[in-house]
Design a protein around this ligand. Structure first.
Ligand code: TXA
Ligand code: MG
Length: 370
Protein backbone atom coordinates (compact mmCIF):
# COMPACT_ATOMS: atom_id res chain seq x y z
CA UNK A 1 0.00 0.00 0.00
CA UNK A 2 1.27 3.46 -0.79
CA UNK A 3 1.42 5.67 2.31
CA UNK A 4 0.90 9.42 2.04
CA UNK A 5 3.55 11.11 4.18
CA UNK A 6 2.04 14.34 5.51
CA UNK A 7 4.76 16.45 7.11
CA UNK A 8 3.48 19.41 9.12
CA UNK A 9 6.39 21.70 8.22
CA UNK A 10 5.10 24.80 9.99
CA UNK A 11 3.86 23.05 13.11
CA UNK A 12 7.21 21.32 13.49
CA UNK A 13 9.04 24.63 13.26
CA UNK A 14 6.80 26.87 15.32
CA UNK A 15 4.28 24.75 17.18
CA UNK A 16 1.51 26.56 15.35
CA UNK A 17 -0.76 24.78 12.85
CA UNK A 18 -0.67 26.80 9.62
CA UNK A 19 -3.29 26.71 6.87
CA UNK A 20 -1.00 24.40 4.84
CA UNK A 21 -0.68 22.04 7.83
CA UNK A 22 -4.43 22.12 8.37
CA UNK A 23 -4.95 20.95 4.76
CA UNK A 24 -2.79 17.90 5.47
CA UNK A 25 -4.60 17.25 8.74
CA UNK A 26 -7.86 17.30 6.82
CA UNK A 27 -6.57 14.62 4.43
CA UNK A 28 -5.77 12.35 7.39
CA UNK A 29 -9.13 13.07 9.04
CA UNK A 30 -11.02 12.21 5.83
CA UNK A 31 -9.12 8.95 5.55
CA UNK A 32 -10.08 7.98 9.10
CA UNK A 33 -13.72 8.95 8.75
CA UNK A 34 -13.99 6.84 5.59
CA UNK A 35 -12.56 3.71 7.17
CA UNK A 36 -8.87 4.06 6.28
CA UNK A 37 -5.87 4.29 8.60
CA UNK A 38 -3.75 7.33 9.43
CA UNK A 39 -0.94 7.58 11.97
CA UNK A 40 -0.94 10.72 14.07
CA UNK A 41 1.25 12.43 16.66
CA UNK A 42 0.05 12.64 20.25
CA UNK A 43 1.75 14.06 23.34
CA UNK A 44 2.58 10.55 24.57
CA UNK A 45 3.59 8.49 21.51
CA UNK A 46 2.42 8.26 17.88
CA UNK A 47 -0.94 6.55 17.35
CA UNK A 48 -2.17 4.40 14.46
CA UNK A 49 -5.67 5.78 14.01
CA UNK A 50 -8.86 4.43 12.52
CA UNK A 51 -12.60 5.04 12.93
CA UNK A 52 -13.39 3.48 16.33
CA UNK A 53 -17.02 2.87 15.41
CA UNK A 54 -16.23 0.83 12.28
CA UNK A 55 -15.33 -2.76 12.94
CA UNK A 56 -13.61 -3.04 9.57
CA UNK A 57 -11.30 -0.18 10.50
CA UNK A 58 -10.35 -1.85 13.78
CA UNK A 59 -9.63 -5.10 11.97
CA UNK A 60 -7.33 -3.17 9.63
CA UNK A 61 -5.49 -1.68 12.62
CA UNK A 62 -4.71 -5.13 14.02
CA UNK A 63 -3.51 -6.29 10.63
CA UNK A 64 -1.33 -3.20 10.08
CA UNK A 65 0.38 -3.62 13.46
CA UNK A 66 0.62 -7.38 13.35
CA UNK A 67 -1.14 -7.28 16.69
CA UNK A 68 -3.14 -10.09 18.33
CA UNK A 69 -6.83 -9.15 18.07
CA UNK A 70 -7.52 -9.86 21.77
CA UNK A 71 -5.53 -6.76 22.66
CA UNK A 72 -8.03 -3.89 22.82
CA UNK A 73 -7.53 -0.43 21.33
CA UNK A 74 -7.73 2.94 23.07
CA UNK A 75 -10.51 5.18 21.74
CA UNK A 76 -9.52 8.84 21.42
CA UNK A 77 -11.95 11.75 21.68
CA UNK A 78 -11.53 15.48 21.06
CA UNK A 79 -14.25 16.78 23.34
CA UNK A 80 -15.57 15.59 26.68
CA UNK A 81 -19.12 15.57 25.25
CA UNK A 82 -18.14 12.66 22.98
CA UNK A 83 -17.61 10.44 26.02
CA UNK A 84 -21.33 9.97 26.74
CA UNK A 85 -22.00 8.40 23.38
CA UNK A 86 -19.37 5.67 23.66
CA UNK A 87 -19.74 4.57 27.31
CA UNK A 88 -22.65 3.15 29.34
CA UNK A 89 -22.05 5.31 32.40
CA UNK A 90 -19.61 7.87 33.70
CA UNK A 91 -18.71 7.06 37.31
CA UNK A 92 -18.20 10.05 39.61
CA UNK A 93 -14.52 9.21 40.00
CA UNK A 94 -14.07 9.27 36.24
CA UNK A 95 -15.72 12.67 35.93
CA UNK A 96 -13.37 13.98 38.59
CA UNK A 97 -10.25 12.59 36.91
CA UNK A 98 -11.41 13.90 33.54
CA UNK A 99 -11.77 17.35 35.01
CA UNK A 100 -8.20 17.31 36.30
CA UNK A 101 -6.28 15.36 33.69
CA UNK A 102 -8.09 15.70 30.35
CA UNK A 103 -7.04 16.60 27.80
CA UNK A 104 -3.83 14.76 28.64
CA UNK A 105 -1.86 11.53 28.99
CA UNK A 106 -4.48 9.53 30.91
CA UNK A 107 -6.70 6.69 29.67
CA UNK A 108 -9.73 5.49 31.64
CA UNK A 109 -11.64 2.22 31.34
CA UNK A 110 -15.47 2.40 31.06
CA UNK A 111 -18.33 0.01 30.36
CA UNK A 112 -18.75 0.33 26.61
CA UNK A 113 -21.88 1.55 24.83
CA UNK A 114 -23.36 -0.68 22.13
CA UNK A 115 -22.13 1.50 19.26
CA UNK A 116 -18.52 0.61 20.06
CA UNK A 117 -17.85 -2.65 18.21
CA UNK A 118 -16.21 -5.61 19.94
CA UNK A 119 -13.55 -5.50 17.24
CA UNK A 120 -12.37 -2.23 18.80
CA UNK A 121 -12.40 -3.52 22.39
CA UNK A 122 -10.81 -6.89 21.68
CA UNK A 123 -14.04 -8.62 22.63
CA UNK A 124 -14.35 -6.86 26.01
CA UNK A 125 -17.47 -5.14 27.40
CA UNK A 126 -15.26 -2.27 28.50
CA UNK A 127 -13.65 0.45 26.43
CA UNK A 128 -10.49 2.46 27.10
CA UNK A 129 -10.92 6.18 26.39
CA UNK A 130 -8.40 9.01 26.15
CA UNK A 131 -8.74 12.70 25.32
CA UNK A 132 -5.25 13.68 24.10
CA UNK A 133 -3.90 17.22 24.49
CA UNK A 134 -1.75 17.33 21.35
CA UNK A 135 -3.18 20.06 19.09
CA UNK A 136 -2.66 17.98 15.94
CA UNK A 137 -4.31 14.89 17.44
CA UNK A 138 -7.22 17.02 18.64
CA UNK A 139 -7.69 18.56 15.23
CA UNK A 140 -7.57 15.24 13.40
CA UNK A 141 -10.16 13.69 15.72
CA UNK A 142 -12.39 16.74 15.54
CA UNK A 143 -12.19 16.92 11.74
CA UNK A 144 -12.78 13.17 11.42
CA UNK A 145 -15.98 13.69 13.39
CA UNK A 146 -15.73 10.21 14.92
CA UNK A 147 -13.89 8.77 17.92
CA UNK A 148 -10.50 7.47 16.79
CA UNK A 149 -9.19 4.06 17.83
CA UNK A 150 -5.42 4.23 18.05
CA UNK A 151 -2.86 1.86 19.46
CA UNK A 152 0.74 3.02 19.55
CA UNK A 153 2.02 3.32 15.98
CA UNK A 154 4.72 0.66 16.02
CA UNK A 155 5.01 -2.84 14.75
CA UNK A 156 3.78 -5.13 17.52
CA UNK A 157 6.58 -5.95 19.97
CA UNK A 158 8.79 -2.96 19.12
CA UNK A 159 9.07 0.17 21.26
CA UNK A 160 6.34 2.75 20.61
CA UNK A 161 7.32 5.45 18.12
CA UNK A 162 7.89 8.97 19.42
CA UNK A 163 8.89 10.82 16.24
CA UNK A 164 7.65 11.13 12.69
CA UNK A 165 10.81 9.45 11.39
CA UNK A 166 10.43 6.39 13.58
CA UNK A 167 6.75 6.14 12.84
CA UNK A 168 7.48 6.22 9.09
CA UNK A 169 10.26 3.66 9.55
CA UNK A 170 7.92 1.22 11.32
CA UNK A 171 4.57 1.45 9.57
CA UNK A 172 5.09 3.08 6.18
CA UNK A 173 3.43 0.86 3.58
CA UNK A 174 0.95 -0.47 6.15
CA UNK A 175 -1.34 2.57 6.49
CA UNK A 176 -2.94 5.11 4.15
CA UNK A 177 -1.22 8.13 5.67
CA UNK A 178 1.25 9.23 8.33
CA UNK A 179 1.08 12.71 9.83
CA UNK A 180 4.53 13.83 10.99
CA UNK A 181 4.13 16.42 13.73
CA UNK A 182 7.61 16.14 15.22
CA UNK A 183 8.71 14.57 18.45
CA UNK A 184 6.26 13.45 21.15
CA UNK A 185 6.57 15.60 24.22
CA UNK A 186 6.27 12.88 26.87
CA UNK A 187 7.68 9.86 25.06
CA UNK A 188 5.88 7.18 27.10
CA UNK A 189 2.35 5.85 26.60
CA UNK A 190 -0.54 7.18 28.68
CA UNK A 191 -1.40 6.16 32.21
CA UNK A 192 -4.25 3.62 32.22
CA UNK A 193 -6.62 3.62 35.18
CA UNK A 194 -9.62 1.38 35.73
CA UNK A 195 -12.39 3.12 37.70
CA UNK A 196 -15.13 0.59 36.91
CA UNK A 197 -14.71 -1.21 40.26
CA UNK A 198 -14.86 0.01 43.88
CA UNK A 199 -11.12 0.58 44.13
CA UNK A 200 -9.37 2.49 41.37
CA UNK A 201 -6.66 0.40 39.82
CA UNK A 202 -3.58 1.43 37.89
CA UNK A 203 -3.13 -0.80 34.82
CA UNK A 204 -0.21 1.03 33.21
CA UNK A 205 1.86 3.86 34.76
CA UNK A 206 2.40 7.03 32.72
CA UNK A 207 2.88 10.76 33.01
CA UNK A 208 -0.25 11.16 35.13
CA UNK A 209 1.35 9.48 38.12
CA UNK A 210 -0.17 7.28 40.79
CA UNK A 211 0.57 10.05 43.30
CA UNK A 212 -1.34 12.57 41.16
CA UNK A 213 -4.33 10.22 40.81
CA UNK A 214 -4.42 9.55 44.56
CA UNK A 215 -4.25 13.25 45.34
CA UNK A 216 -7.29 13.99 43.23
CA UNK A 217 -9.31 10.90 44.19
CA UNK A 218 -8.46 11.13 47.88
CA UNK A 219 -8.17 7.33 48.09
CA UNK A 220 -5.32 4.95 47.39
CA UNK A 221 -4.97 3.40 43.96
CA UNK A 222 -4.05 -0.28 43.71
CA UNK A 223 -1.74 -1.72 41.06
CA UNK A 224 -2.47 -4.45 38.58
CA UNK A 225 -0.35 -7.62 38.83
CA UNK A 226 1.40 -6.77 35.56
CA UNK A 227 3.21 -3.93 37.33
CA UNK A 228 4.63 -6.07 40.11
CA UNK A 229 6.78 -8.65 38.36
CA UNK A 230 6.92 -11.15 35.55
CA UNK A 231 3.55 -12.82 35.06
CA UNK A 232 3.30 -16.45 36.09
CA UNK A 233 1.58 -19.09 33.91
CA UNK A 234 -2.12 -18.31 33.78
CA UNK A 235 -1.88 -14.87 35.40
CA UNK A 236 -3.82 -12.29 33.42
CA UNK A 237 -3.26 -8.56 33.62
CA UNK A 238 -6.36 -6.34 33.35
CA UNK A 239 -4.84 -4.54 30.37
CA UNK A 240 -4.32 -7.43 27.96
CA UNK A 241 -1.46 -5.59 26.24
CA UNK A 242 0.64 -5.61 29.41
CA UNK A 243 1.25 -9.33 29.08
CA UNK A 244 3.40 -8.91 25.98
CA UNK A 245 7.17 -8.37 26.06
CA UNK A 246 6.78 -5.01 24.33
CA UNK A 247 9.19 -2.12 24.43
CA UNK A 248 11.88 -4.62 23.87
CA UNK A 249 15.05 -4.04 21.93
CA UNK A 250 16.30 -7.14 20.09
CA UNK A 251 19.31 -7.71 22.34
CA UNK A 252 18.81 -9.02 25.88
CA UNK A 253 18.97 -6.31 28.47
CA UNK A 254 19.80 -6.26 32.16
CA UNK A 255 18.68 -3.51 34.49
CA UNK A 256 20.81 -2.46 37.46
CA UNK A 257 19.03 -0.50 40.14
CA UNK A 258 19.45 0.44 43.77
CA UNK A 259 17.40 0.06 46.94
CA UNK A 260 18.50 3.54 47.94
CA UNK A 261 17.77 6.05 45.23
CA UNK A 262 20.96 7.98 45.90
CA UNK A 263 23.25 5.00 45.37
CA UNK A 264 24.55 5.91 41.92
CA UNK A 265 28.01 4.76 42.98
CA UNK A 266 26.80 1.23 43.78
CA UNK A 267 24.91 1.06 40.49
CA UNK A 268 27.92 2.24 38.50
CA UNK A 269 30.23 -0.32 40.07
CA UNK A 270 27.87 -3.16 39.27
CA UNK A 271 27.41 -1.88 35.72
CA UNK A 272 31.16 -1.77 35.17
CA UNK A 273 31.51 -5.30 36.48
CA UNK A 274 28.83 -6.59 34.08
CA UNK A 275 30.40 -4.82 31.12
CA UNK A 276 33.82 -6.27 31.95
CA UNK A 277 32.37 -9.77 32.01
CA UNK A 278 30.64 -9.30 28.66
CA UNK A 279 33.70 -7.74 27.05
CA UNK A 280 35.71 -10.74 28.15
CA UNK A 281 33.18 -12.91 26.31
CA UNK A 282 33.70 -10.74 23.21
CA UNK A 283 30.11 -9.53 23.25
CA UNK A 284 29.25 -6.16 21.73
CA UNK A 285 27.82 -4.37 24.73
CA UNK A 286 25.77 -1.24 25.04
CA UNK A 287 25.20 0.95 28.04
CA UNK A 288 22.16 3.09 28.74
CA UNK A 289 22.87 5.33 31.70
CA UNK A 290 22.76 8.79 33.23
CA UNK A 291 25.49 11.43 33.15
CA UNK A 292 26.14 10.82 36.84
CA UNK A 293 26.65 7.10 36.33
CA UNK A 294 28.93 7.60 33.34
CA UNK A 295 31.07 10.08 35.27
CA UNK A 296 31.72 7.40 37.90
CA UNK A 297 33.04 4.82 35.46
CA UNK A 298 34.15 6.78 32.41
CA UNK A 299 37.89 6.33 32.97
CA UNK A 300 37.55 2.59 33.47
CA UNK A 301 35.37 2.26 30.40
CA UNK A 302 37.83 4.19 28.25
CA UNK A 303 40.57 1.78 29.28
CA UNK A 304 38.37 -1.26 28.80
CA UNK A 305 37.18 -0.94 25.21
CA UNK A 306 36.34 1.57 22.51
CA UNK A 307 33.52 -0.47 21.15
CA UNK A 308 30.99 0.06 23.91
CA UNK A 309 27.90 1.78 22.59
CA UNK A 310 27.00 4.36 25.25
CA UNK A 311 23.75 6.27 25.28
CA UNK A 312 23.26 8.95 27.89
CA UNK A 313 19.72 9.39 29.16
CA UNK A 314 20.58 12.76 30.75
CA UNK A 315 20.77 13.60 34.42
CA UNK A 316 19.22 11.30 37.03
CA UNK A 317 17.47 14.41 38.36
CA UNK A 318 15.68 15.00 35.05
CA UNK A 319 13.15 12.15 34.94
CA UNK A 320 11.13 13.93 32.24
CA UNK A 321 14.17 14.02 30.01
CA UNK A 322 14.83 10.32 30.62
CA UNK A 323 11.22 9.45 29.76
CA UNK A 324 11.33 11.59 26.63
CA UNK A 325 14.31 9.83 25.06
CA UNK A 326 13.86 6.29 26.32
CA UNK A 327 12.15 4.63 23.35
CA UNK A 328 14.43 6.36 20.85
CA UNK A 329 17.47 4.86 22.58
CA UNK A 330 15.94 1.40 22.77
CA UNK A 331 15.25 1.59 19.04
CA UNK A 332 18.75 2.79 18.22
CA UNK A 333 20.22 -0.25 19.93
CA UNK A 334 18.42 -2.38 17.37
CA UNK A 335 20.12 -0.67 14.46
CA UNK A 336 23.49 -0.71 16.19
CA UNK A 337 23.81 -4.52 16.17
CA UNK A 338 24.27 -4.95 19.90
CA UNK A 339 24.58 -8.34 21.67
CA UNK A 340 23.86 -7.20 25.20
CA UNK A 341 22.52 -4.08 26.88
CA UNK A 342 23.25 -2.95 30.42
CA UNK A 343 20.87 -0.25 31.67
CA UNK A 344 20.75 1.88 34.77
CA UNK A 345 17.62 1.91 36.93
CA UNK A 346 16.07 4.96 38.55
CA UNK A 347 13.89 5.89 41.49
CA UNK A 348 10.33 4.58 41.08
CA UNK A 349 8.68 7.65 42.52
CA UNK A 350 6.21 9.66 40.44
CA UNK A 351 7.14 9.63 36.72
CA UNK A 352 9.98 7.25 37.63
CA UNK A 353 7.39 4.49 38.02
CA UNK A 354 6.49 4.71 34.32
CA UNK A 355 10.14 4.89 33.25
CA UNK A 356 11.03 1.85 35.35
CA UNK A 357 7.96 -0.08 34.16
CA UNK A 358 9.12 0.28 30.52
CA UNK A 359 12.72 -0.51 31.42
CA UNK A 360 11.74 -3.63 33.38
CA UNK A 361 9.65 -4.86 30.47
CA UNK A 362 12.42 -4.09 28.01
CA UNK A 363 14.72 -6.14 30.24
CA UNK A 364 12.14 -8.94 30.52
CA UNK A 365 12.42 -8.36 34.31
CA UNK A 366 16.14 -9.17 34.41
CA UNK A 367 16.89 -6.96 37.41
CA UNK A 368 19.83 -6.62 39.73
CA UNK A 369 19.44 -4.65 42.95
CA UNK A 370 22.60 -3.28 44.56
O1 TXA B 1 -0.50 6.96 25.03
C1 TXA B 1 -1.21 6.06 24.60
O2 TXA B 1 -2.05 5.49 25.30
C2 TXA B 1 -1.03 5.67 23.12
C3 TXA B 1 -1.48 6.87 22.28
C4 TXA B 1 -1.52 6.56 20.82
O3 TXA B 1 -2.72 7.31 22.74
N1 TXA B 1 -1.75 4.48 22.82
C5 TXA B 1 -1.36 3.25 23.28
O4 TXA B 1 -2.14 2.21 22.81
O5 TXA B 1 -0.42 3.08 24.00
P1 TXA B 1 -1.69 0.69 22.89
O6 TXA B 1 -2.73 -0.01 22.10
O7 TXA B 1 -0.30 0.51 22.47
O8 TXA B 1 -1.88 0.31 24.37
C6 TXA B 1 -3.18 0.23 24.89
C7 TXA B 1 -3.20 -0.56 26.15
C8 TXA B 1 -2.99 -2.03 25.93
O9 TXA B 1 -2.16 -2.55 26.95
C9 TXA B 1 -4.41 -2.57 26.05
O10 TXA B 1 -4.43 -3.90 26.47
C10 TXA B 1 -5.03 -1.63 27.06
O11 TXA B 1 -4.51 -0.39 26.71
N2 TXA B 1 -6.49 -1.57 26.95
C11 TXA B 1 -7.24 -1.11 25.92
N3 TXA B 1 -8.55 -1.27 26.14
C12 TXA B 1 -8.66 -1.83 27.35
C13 TXA B 1 -9.76 -2.28 28.15
N4 TXA B 1 -11.01 -2.16 27.74
N5 TXA B 1 -9.48 -2.84 29.35
C14 TXA B 1 -8.20 -2.96 29.78
N6 TXA B 1 -7.13 -2.57 29.07
C15 TXA B 1 -7.34 -2.03 27.87
MG1 MG C 1 1.54 -0.22 22.26
Amino acid sequence: METKILILEDYKKSGVISAADAEKIKIAADIIRNGGLAALPTETVYGLGGNALMKEASKKIYAAKGRPSDNPLIVHISDISELESIVKEIPEKAALLAEYFWPGPMTMIFKKADIVPYETTGGLDTVAVRFPSHPVAMMIIREAGVPVAAPSANISGRPSTTSGEHCIEDISGRVDAIVDGGSSDIGLESTIIDITGDTPQLLRPGAVTKEMLENVLGVSVTEDIALKGPLAEGERPKAPGMKYRHYAPKAPMILVTAHSKEDVCGISKKILELIKTKEAENKKTALLCSEECLNEIKNDLDRLAESIDIKITGSRDDVKGIAHGLFEYLREFDSDGIDYIVAEGYSEEELGQAVMNRLKKAAAWQLIYV
